[in-house]
Ligand binder design. Structure first.
Ligand code: AKB
Length: 316
């Protein structure tokens, strides 16, 4: 039987590509897109779309019952940079939406939940290289605290109430179709737009700041793979490490220069440097490989090629 899916935050960076991928897989009518406001995404007219503030339990439940939804992907969140500016707003959004969705699952109004966590759950005391699944986690950002707390609640709802919740700790995600919003890893997207438009870019992270990153196509594949894996394969109900690749602003700039030789980069760090410095440089994701066969496909050179082609195509 085909699932009936609700995507919360469908107009965001991940949500917009996930909506298209799931609609292609299950049919437009089986995937209900929702967001707090309407974006200009092409999917808005290709299937059901609802304006939804998912911090409002009653509004969320109405949509779930109306469309007979049985799976929710909760992609709405305030990211690391913005969350430092609006701590309480970030906490309320990131936590209340999760509680509302977990509550629906606990009450058996839906069967399955996807909730995204992040490398932000780690902090300055975490081992930085090949960060293991289980290690010291003392996040120092508002966003990281909300994601780590969310992980504990997901695990609790699974153990206590049998909720089938699945989660990934996303690294920085790179895509060109929808702009990112307020993250620390956003430099790795801005750099492409500026390289094409201005042939130069000023990075808000320093040249040797290495962070775990992933191409959106890989991230969408991982999201669908973990949701389709047999229940018994999902051994971790907090959230799975997901690695991808790791690079610095200097390394991505050098790769872009192979395509745009006149491109130059300089550095002017801001408050996001401290956030990046608190995060791992690279991630060990062997549990995702062992439990649901995860392997990333896009290396840095593939990402750069695909980003430049994609942005160029969109602007012609
Ligand atoms: C951010 O930079 O806040 C996000 C993340 C790593 O979760 N991209």
């Amino acid at each position: 039987m085909k699932p009936r899916i609700l995507i919360i935050g469908a107009c965001g960076q991940i949500g917009s590509e996930l909506t298209l991928a799931l609609r292609e897989k299950h049919g437009n009518d089986h995937v209900i897109a929702s967001d707090i406001r309407e974006g200009n995404q092409s999917f808005i007219n290709s299937g059901p779309f609802e304006i939804l503030d998912a911090t409002n339990y009653d509004a969320l439940e109405d949509i779930v019952l109306h469309y007979d939804v049985n799976e929710i992907y909760l992609m709405a969140a305030m990211l690391s940079g913005t969350a430092e500016k609006f701590p309480m707003k970030a906490w309320n959004l990131n936590m209340n939406t999760l509680f509302n969705v977990l509550q629906l699952a606990k009450d058996k109004k839906i069967n399955k939940v996807f909730w995204p966590s992040s490398i932000a759950v780690f902090g300055p005391t975490t081992p930085k290289e090949h960060t293991p699944q289980q290690t010291i986690m003392e996040p120092s950002t508002v966003y990281g605290i909300s994601k780590q707390t969310g992980e504990r609640w997901c695990d609790y709802y699974h153990k206590r109430y049998g909720v089938d919740v699945r989660s990934i700790r996303y690294p920085g995600l790179i895509s060109y179709k929808t702009p990112p919003g307020g993250g620390t890893t956003d430099y790795a997207i801005e750099i492409f737009h500026e390289a094409i438009r201005e042939k130069k870019y000023t990075s808000f992270l320093s040249e040797n700041t290495a962070l775990p990153m992933m191409y959106m196509e890989d991230a969408i594949r991982a999201t669908i793979a973990i949701m389709e894996a047999p229940n018994t394969n999902i051994k971790i109900r907090s959230s799975y490490n997901l690695g991808g690749i790791s690079f610095t602003p200097k390394e991505i700039a050098a790769e872009i220069q192979k395509h745009i030789p006149e491109f130059s980069i300089n550095y002017n760090t801001d408050f996001r440097q401290a956030i990046a410095d608190s995060w791992p440089c690279s991630i060990n994701d062997e549990n995702a490989f062992l439990d649901w066969n995860w392997k990333h496909q896009f290396e840095l050179k593939d990402i750069v090629k695909s980003m430049l082609n994609g942005i160029n195509k969109l602007s012609t």
